[in-house]
Design a protein around this ligand. Structure first.
Ligand SMILES: [Fe+2]
Ligand SMILES: [Fe+2]
Length: 415
């Protein structure tokens, strides 16, 4: 903890030091995160990554493959399935990069908002460490994903050049130029508000905690590919597998998951416990907090049958899948690629039900997360916006948006 304020000089407001269990939790979480910090291991793994060394194997459990459960998957050859499994990794972490770019910015604005309160130094130190870890995560994801896309497609498909925090966090979203501009304005405004208001800064971590919860659900399973790697013999040679030979992207998934567990702890400690050391929120502070949670619900209102576990508006990513199907690895012509996209995303198949299951698990966990917080509105407590998602609605939407989703390929040329 930071040096306590001299008692005679203390302001009348409650202090974090009056809440000894919470102050302890913050200090322990920071100490343990420092001790387990995977930054160096991630940097080494990313530095050693060569696509050629792991291009013939899975990087995730099989069900975490791009388009798993769709006709694209069903018709794919074994080598195409390996690629779809790797492309899941690329697409999934392209989404995580976007979320983490925003996280770095709001960690910093929120730390500014909280540092204006006596005795909050440890909370801010914890956030500083997390921001530097996020930078290492982003660097590792970028290194692998860009190498894969350069080799397989010769151009970007799911990746994008490095960018700032004011973009739509959901990389494939039901958006328009106006909505994008408005989102930018909202993000900038939230940054300004959180930097100057301790309650809003504190409750940014409620939003971050909710977002991390859905990440945890998927990333725990992705990390298992590495943790269980040496438990079963190689299916071809029958030899015992060694952890050190696991594909580097699976190691990155595991290292990332380890760091993120601490980030989730700190989101919970700050949003649920540290908040008790702040004065009760004003109507405005409650309003902004609920707007943040509702914004998160809106961002998570769709489920993606393309990348199970992210909440993309899939039609916006049809053009990306089209590029995959037209690539050397799949070799489809224009007509066949369009038809397979229709069959995979506009007709009912297993992928929709798997994605819906993940979405429901996420929604239930969000509901539990906010249940005990009296400043959260009834609508947000029910996660009412997310409740509207269904397989039928997703199918209707995909059929309606099919043409518009594929419109960007008019100006696209194979590399
Ligand atoms: Fe991260
Ligand atoms: Fe994180």
């Amino acid at each position: 903890m930071s040096a306590p304020t001299n008692h005679s000089l203390r302001r009348p407001e409650p202090s974090l030091l009056d809440d000894v269990p919470t102050a302890k939790k913050v200090a322990i979480n920071l100490r343990r995160n420092k001790k387990q910090d995977h930054t160096q291991l991630l940097d080494e793994a990313a530095g050693a990554f060569e696509y050629a060394a792991c291009k013939d194997e899975y990087w995730n459990p099989e069900k975490f493959s791009l388009c798993y459960g769709t006709p694209i998957w069903d018709q794919a050859s074994e080598s195409q399935r390996v690629l779809l499994n790797q492309l899941y990794w690329v697409a999934y972490y392209a989404q995580i990069i976007s979320a983490e770019i925003a996280t770095i910015y709001f960690n910093q604005t929120s730390a500014a908002g909280l540092f204006g309160i006596e005795d909050f130094r440890t909370v801010c130190d914890m956030l500083d460490l997390e921001s530097s870890q996020e930078r290492a995560h982003i660097a590792a994801f970028k290194k692998v994903s860009e190498a894969v896309e350069a080799e397989v497609f010769g151009q970007r498909v799911f990746t994008y050049p490095m960018r700032g925090p004011f973009h739509e966090t959901m990389i494939y979203q039901d958006s328009s130029p106006f909505r994008r501009k408005f989102k930018r304005l909202q993000l900038r405004t939230f940054g300004l508000l959180s930097a100057g208001n301790a309650f809003i800064a504190c409750q940014y971590f409620l939003v971050r905690g909710i977002r991390t919860l859905s990440g945890k659900i998927v990333q725990h399973q992705l990390s298992q590919y590495y943790t269980k790697y040496d438990r079963e013999p190689d299916p071809v040679t029958g030899e015992t597998k060694r952890k050190e030979d696991a594909p580097i992207p699976s190691k990155i998934s595991y290292y990332h998951f380890c760091d993120e567990s601490y980030h989730f702890n700190s989101s919970t400690i700050v949003s649920h416990d540290v908040v008790k050391s702040l004065p009760a929120p004003s109507a405005f502070e409650k309003f902004v907090t609920n707007l943040g949670v509702k914004g998160c619900q809106k961002d998570h209102r769709n489920f993606s049958s393309m990348v199970n576990g992210v909440f993309w508006f899939d039609p916006a990513a049809f053009a990306a899948v089209y590029k995959v199907l037209r690539s050397r690895a799949f070799g489809l012509d224009d007509k066949a690629a369009r038809e397979l996209i229709w069959d995979s995303f506009c007709k009912d198949n297993e992928s929709f039900h798997l994605a819906q299951e993940t979405h429901q698990t996420a929604r239930e966990s969000y509901k539990k997360y906010v249940a005990g917080l009296d400043f959260v509105s009834a609508e947000n407590k029910k996660m009412a916006v997310m409740e509207k998602a269904s397989v039928d609605a997703a199918l209707r939407r995909n059929r309606r948006m099919y043409g518009r989703g594929l419109a960007p390929i008019r100006t696209w040329a194979p590399a």
